[in-house]
Design a binder for this molecule. Structure first.
Ligand code: AMP
Ligand code: MG
Length: 355
């Protein structure tokens, strides 16, 4: 059994504003990881909590620092597609086709693992999840470390994923050796996860690489039912992360499937203490309650969702009505995160009916 006590660490902030000028910070981050330490680092999706993926003790510390259940496997981050051959076997040709089109980028591919990947990293599974991040700072740190970097999102388990270094400071100060600050993440939701390790390719988590984009290469791609619904009792969680509580702020969130007029009229009519609207830009002129706007389109909404969930807590929101995102493009990823934050509470407003 793993010791459950987390030992305090001196956390340092390593700022990278400009790659060439701030080279020292990158070298230091790579060194800490190579030596078995923990570093929160930026990627284009969200900040990751990185450690040497080949070092079981370092990986165990990721789980301790986050309070993450040990059966929830980690994604390993590598520099280029061909490096996967060191860590995975039975790699199908479509892996390379997908990498040519989408990598570096926000796509994670699950393959059967080689023995070099410790079971600690794979959460006890015989597969490994591989990603080639696009963020120049993440790429430079992987290069400096000289090892694949296991990195789940750099938040405490259950809380919204971090999209700024300040979010990492809030959750992980004293729990990691360093936090690399390179500003806000551009995508804002975690990578798309697909598995090529089973009989048929399956999408386990939606992200910025959408099912429509993937189907060009994987016409028989299935979408796991847990992407849009609560995992049913007895149904196997093909991705262990599916079964755990996620992204939850303290406030009770209810998603309202409604157009702008229905949404704003309904929310304005509610008289509740600590009420907030989590809305789109077009709703703002009509709202008479405190609100946080996610922006105008799906890309904006993805970028701002997690910061907005944290802000709701900071502003003391108790009850939140969230406008239901469209499920188009990256909107499916926004919806997938929001239904978890809302503990699957969703209602349709159609003019007359009460939510
Ligand atoms: P995070 O590390 O927070 O971005 O979450 C990674 C997600 O990928 C979790 O939902 C994991 O359960 C999932 N995952 C990672 N590795 C595997 C794997 N080998 N098989 C299935 N799911 C995986
Ligand atoms: Mg996570």
């Amino acid at each position: 059994m793993q010791e459950q006590i987390f030992k305090h660490r001196e956390t340092q902030i390593l700022t990278v504003k400009e790659m060439k000028q701030d080279r020292e910070a990158i070298i230091r981050a790579g060194q800490i990881i190579r030596q078995g330490g923990l570093v929160a680092l930026p990627t284009e999706t969200v900040y990751g909590l990185g450690a040497n993926a080949l070092n079981p003790d370092a990986v165990k510390n990721i789980f301790l620092a986050k309070g993450r259940p040990q059966d929830n496997p980690l994604i390993i981050h590598i520099e280029d597609a061909s490096q996967a051959e060191r860590y995975a076997k039975n790699i199908p040709p479509v892996y390379y086709e997908l990498c040519r089109r989408f990598c570096p980028g926000p796509l994670t591919i699950i393959l059967p693992k080689k023995d070099i990947i410790p079971l600690e990293t794979s959460g006890g599974l015989e597969t490994v999840a591989i990603r080639i991040p696009a963020h120049p700072v993440a790429r430079a740190i992987i290069h400096e470390a000289g090892v694949p970097i296991a990195a789940p999102s750099a938040n405490l388990s259950g809380s919204p994923s971090p999209t700024t270094a300040q979010h990492c400071v809030h959750d992980l100060w004293g729990r990691v050796d360093a936090i690399v600050d390179a500003g806000e993440c551009s995508v804002g939701v975690e990578s798309t996860v697909i598995s090529l390790a089973g009989e048929k390719p399956i999408l386990l988590r939606p992200g910025a690489v959408t099912p429509q984009m993937l189907k060009e290469f994987l016409p028989d791609l299935m979408i796991h039912e847990a992407v849009t619904e609560k995992l049913k009792e007895g149904v196997r969680a093909d991705s262990p992360g599916m079964k755990y509580k996620h992204y939850a702020p303290k406030a009770k969130i209810t998603i309202l499937d409604a157009d702008s007029r229905e949404f704003t009229e309904y929310v304005n009519s509610q008289k509740k203490e600590g009420l907030f609207a989590l809305c789109f830009e077009e709703d703002v002129p009509f709202l008479q309650v405190p609100y946080i706007s996610l922006g105008k389109d799906e890309t904006d909404q993805a970028k701002h969702l997690f910061a907005a969930l944290r802000e709701l807590d900071e502003r003391g929101a108790q009850e939140v009505y969230a406008r239901c995102p469209s499920k188009q493009g990256v909107g499916l990823a926004v919806y997938n995160r929001l239904i978890r934050a809302a503990a699957y509470q969703e209602h349709t407003l159609d003019g007359e009916s009460e939510a």
